[in-house]
Design a binder for this molecule. Structure first.
Ligand SMILES: O=C(CO)COP(=O)(O)O
Length: 245
């Protein structure tokens, strides 16, 4: 039986309390579809959103966490705090963290360990920049990110990997079928060698829209989608959830 798709909404630094009805509507829609749906709201909305999602099949996740379990880290959020607020998943290694906050792979790996200790399922993101792709370095970059961002502790744990080419994020320029399939196959082969017992879903992220979601989700090996802009409104996200059926 094919795995259910994982349809993930990454709200990034968007959403005020006024957006909670969007989560409520997503919960209603998710009940009528087969995909596993998870919303990653900004940290300020985790607790109120948990109330909205209570009793629904939609899960909640954090967008990042600190590498330490707790302590004097002004402005940061710990994996345990995400869990305490109702999250069961966390995105780690998103390119907006890797590039915007200069997070190296080794830091991502530390965060993955911390997330696992707190009982969160990590979605680890990898992806090349346009310059790296143009220079023919995509395979090397993805392999290095996998090798250095995925710690040994993932053995026997639930986790997922999302391929998000940096140049496809928020640009409307989705990767081609061949580019997605090649990257997903590389990740699957690497994971099968490194974590043979694991059954992670491999997601694609980068300009997923209602118009292309069904096509992307049918590509070989694609187990879900990590959606940014198009996850912010019910009008755009509902058809993406439906595309996962
Ligand atoms: O970064 C992304 C998801 O994590 C993708 O963002 P967009 O869907 O807005 O391109």
């Amino acid at each position: 039986m094919p795995q259910r798709h994982l349809i993930a909404a990454n709200w990034k630094m968007n959403g005020l309390k006024a957006a909670l009805p969007v989560a409520e509507a997503i919960a209603d829609i998710a009940r009528n579809h087969t995909s596993e749906v998870v919303i990653f709201p900004p940290a300020t909305l985790l607790a109120p959103m948990q109330k909205v999602l209570e009793g629904s099949p939609v899960k909640l996740g954090g967008q990042d966490c600190h590498y330490m379990d707790g302590g004097a880290y002004t402005g940061d959020i710990s994996a345990a705090q995400l869990k305490d607020a109702g999250a069961s998943m966390v995105i780690l290694g998103h390119s907006e963290r890797r590039h915007g906050h200069l997070e190296p792979c080794e830091l991502v790996a530390r965060k993955v360990r911390t997330a696992l200790r707190a009982g969160l399922t990590p979605i680890i993101c990898i992806g090349e920049t346009l310059d790296q792709r143009k220079a023919g370095k995509t395979v090397d970059i993805l392999t290095k990110q996998l090798k250095d961002s995925l710690p040994d502790e993932l053995e026997g744990q639930e986790f997922h990997v999302s391929y998000e080419p940096v140049w496809a994020i928020g640009t409307g320029m989705i990767a081609s079928d061949a580019q997605i399939c090649e990257a997903i196959a590389l990740v699957r082969t690497w994971l099968d060698n490194r974590f043979p017992a694991a059954t992670p879903k491999l997601l694609y992220g980068g300009s997923v829209k209602p118009s292309n979601a069904a096509h992307v989700l049918k590509l070989s090996g694609v187990g879900g989608a990590l959606v940014g802009g198009a996850s912010l409104t019910v009008d755009e996200f509902a058809p993406i959830i439906a595309a996962g059926d």
